[in-house]
Ligand binder design. Structure first.
Ligand SMILES: [Mn+2]
Length: 364
């Protein structure tokens, strides 16, 4: 595929020019695609550049926050690599550029960043969908044998629903780690519920779901320390925590699927549901429930402190642009944001604007 080669070329150059022993900081978000991207880049730097990169979690999954900058200022790295975070506010990017050389590896709708190295396939094709983990996997492949990171690449790419366009990765997993895919003929959503790779994806996500940011950081540490997925399943390197969180989140997940059936509301083409849970179940639940819809848009929301977080997903034959819908749903709401991908998006707004948000949706 041409686009992938064009996309990763500046990153490959970046790593070729980088000197051994350089100081590097990797800034990442909270979901599996982001932590798997960070893990792959970390391992690449460790082997090729003999560098232990510093990992910095952003306060938000979708944006680089001020607290991340404070940590970077203390480290004063030569290079900063930001993975799978779409929004880097201009003021923050300017600060970063004063300290270090910056590279962003992302796959959301492209931003007009300047004076940085920008690795995003959608610069070349706005519609193309290739998760950040897959981009990192392709970069790694230019330097090293990918055999040891296939499981991490599979977890991140599956979690971000990149099955369709990343078939070479899944073919490699099939031939090297057959057990992860099992006897599944089709590489699609079925893997979540019917494969070891799907189970691992849920396990690594359960840190974020049950504990939040600190859980994501723990999950990333397990990815970094483990040589292979067998060690994870054996409970090595802190993965005992993951196994515990996984069973908590599975139980809660099943409870919420039943609750959804009872309490979901249908308004025009929307199916709405408020998640009432002490865990961050909104996004895995939305991904699962979207598979049982056909032409509807699923709107799942959950309170988080003073805010409401929303996940938008669509049924199998639905063609609504969710990136646009999410943006429009909050456009007149102060202190809000909304957007993402055509097929999956999110929004966040102060809870007191719930009525206005619902009104905005109904007018669509
Ligand atoms: Mn992603």
């Amino acid at each position: 595929m041409e686009i992938i080669e064009d996309t990763i070329k500046p990153a490959v150059e970046f790593f070729k020019i980088m000197k051994r022993g350089s100081k590097v900081a990797i800034v990442h978000g909270h979901d599996n695609d982001s932590i798997c991207s960070a893990a792959i880049i970390y391992k690449l730097l460790k082997i090729v550049h003999k560098t232990e990169a510093r990992l910095i979690v952003s306060g938000l999954n979708s944006a680089v926050t001020e607290d991340a900058i404070e940590k970077i200022k203390k480290i004063k790295p030569d290079y900063v690599i930001i993975v799978d975070i779409s929004d880097v506010p201009v003021s923050i990017l300017t600060e970063l550029r004063n300290i270090s050389q910056v590279m962003i590896i992302d796959h959301h709708v492209p931003k007009g960043y300047v004076k940085i190295i920008y690795v995003n396939p959608r610069v070349f094709d706005r519609e193309i969908y290739l998760p950040a983990t897959y981009l990192c996997y392709k970069i790694y492949e230019k330097f090293l044998d990918v055999e040891k990171i296939l499981w991490i690449s599979g977890i991140g790419t599956l979690s971000d629903m990149g099955m369709k366009n990343c078939s070479d990765l899944f073919e490699s997993i099939k031939s090297n780690d057959k057990e992860l895919i099992g006897n599944n003929e089709n590489i699609d959503e079925i893997l979540f519920d019917n494969s070891l790779l799907g189970k691992l994806a849920k396990m690594f996500d359960s840190g974020r779901v049950v504990v939040g940011i600190d859980g994501s950081v723990s999950a990333l540490n397990v990815l970094l320390k483990s040589e292979n997925y067998q060690e994870v399943l054996q409970g090595k390197y802190g993965s005992k925590n993951l196994l515990g969180w996984y069973s908590v989140s599975e139980k809660e997940f099943n409870r919420l699927v039943k609750d959804f059936e009872k309490k979901k509301k249908r308004i025009k083409r929307f199916v709405m549901y408020e998640v009432k849970s002490k865990y961050n179940m909104k996004s895995p639940l939305a991904t699962y429930l979207s598979k049982i819809l056909t032409n509807e848009v699923l709107v799942i929301y959950q309170r988080s402190g003073k805010y409401i977080d929303v996940s938008f997903r669509r049924g199998k034959v639905c063609i609504v642009d969710l990136n646009q819908l999410a943006g429009n749903s909050v456009k007149d709401i102060p202190d809000s944001n909304g957007g993402g991908h055509i097929q999956a998006a999110g929004a966040r707004f102060p809870a007191r604007y719930l009525d206005r948000f619902l009104r905005n949706l109904k007018s669509k």
